[in-house]
Design a protein around this ligand. Structure first.
Ligand SMILES: Cc1ncc(C[n+]2csc(CCOP(=O)(O)OP(=O)(O)O)c2C)c(N)n1
Ligand SMILES: [Mg+2]
Length: 306
């Protein structure tokens, strides 16, 4: 440990320091592994998982400063695989749990790992409300266009006409567009990545985490087992990277246009804006964790019940 209490953390390619004030330790990708992974071979979840672990090491932030909240689904099984503080609650309720955790302990980097079904079906209202509030959380949607864990029903992002065991004649509704929904709900960082491009995903995750306010990383993710249409090849034919030197991420209307491109899937940061987060606007940026109860205020409250 050096004089200024910095601790060496080594990623697989580089070394970083962070302020922890405890014994020296070196972290590697393996240190972030918990239980044996049970996702199907070829699942897009692997790419997202590796990108997130690499980002944690690369950012050089003590893993104890992250708080992951998981939805219910194959994606949510990451709670068992990533050895970082986490909580898995009710289906569709990951976003409000994360919002509550962030309000209670504003120091935490609070991340939601959710699915297209969890976030945009069961949890849709929470997603919109948190984006409207510009709550300071990062939402990663594992968008495999199917309900994976329950063995392949249609999800809110399944394309019109998609045939599954729940829609044998094809989906009638048109899909929810997560990017456009986030943009029009007030999200201040809206990005998209592809589970087959770990390097770009890592960068996007790091950018989303360092943004103040509501950030979305929507990941185009093949489900090798239950979605035989939106495969790695299908995505590779459609995804392209936004050119950072020419793309103006402050142009809201252009971002909406990109989100609705019927042919191609833009990846990168579609939109980013600086606005006060909910916590900043409501002056709730001081963590209440570790403070203990305000006995005076509590006493006044209890007086009302005498
Ligand atoms: C209230 C409730 N409704 C339904 C279920 C059943 N269920 C579990 S996972 C799931 C689908 C998850 O789909 P998605 O969020 O896309 O995750 P994936 O498995 O594709 O990663 C459903 C419907 C549940 N557990 N709880
Ligand atoms: Mg899904």
């Amino acid at each position: 440990m050096s004089d200024d209490h910095t601790v060496q953390v080594s990623g697989d390619a580089s070394t970083h320091t962070y302020d922890e004030g405890c014994a020296e330790r070196k972290l590697t990708l393996k240190d972030l592994d918990a239980e044996k992974i049970t996702w199907c071979p070829g699942c897009g979840n692997f790419g997202i998982f590796i990108a997130i672990k690499k980002a944690i090491l690369n950012l050089g932030i003590d893993p104890s400063q992250f708080y992951f909240v998981y939805g219910i689904g194959c994606h949510g099984h990451m709670v068992n695989f990533l050895d970082v503080n986490g909580f898995e609650g009710l289906h569709g309720r990951a976003v409000p749990v994360a919002v509550g955790a962030k309000l209670a302990n504003s120091r935490l980097k609070t991340i939601v790992i959710t699915g297209d079904g969890d976030c945009l079906g069961e949890g849709l209202n929470h997603f919109v409300t948190a984006a409207r509030g510009n709550q300071d959380i990062t939402v990663v949607i594992h968008d495999n266009q199917v309900y994976g864990l329950t063995t392949g029903q249609t999800s809110p992002t399944s394309d019109k006409g998609f045939k599954s065991k729940s829609t044998p004649q094809g989906v009638i509704e048109r899909p929810v567009n997560p990017l456009a929904l986030a943009l029009t709900s007030g999200a201040t960082f809206v990005s998209a990545g592809f589970a087959g491009d770990i390097r770009q995903l890592q960068t996007l995750f790091e950018q989303a985490l360092t943004h103040t306010g509501f950030s979305l990383l929507n990941v185009y993710q093949p489900c090798h087992t239950y979605n035989k249409v939106n495969t790695y090849d299908w995505f590779r034919d459609r995804v392209y990277k936004l050119d950072e030197s020419t793309h103006d991420s402050s142009d809201f209307h252009n971002a909406v246009k990109l989100a609705y491109d019927p042919e191609k899937l833009a990846t990168g940061v579609l939109f980013q804006a600086e606005h006060p987060s909910y916590e900043q606007d409501a002056k709730l940026t001081e963590s209440i964790v570790g403070k203990g109860p305000n006995k005076e205020a509590l006493g006044r409250l209890l007086e009302n019940f005498k």
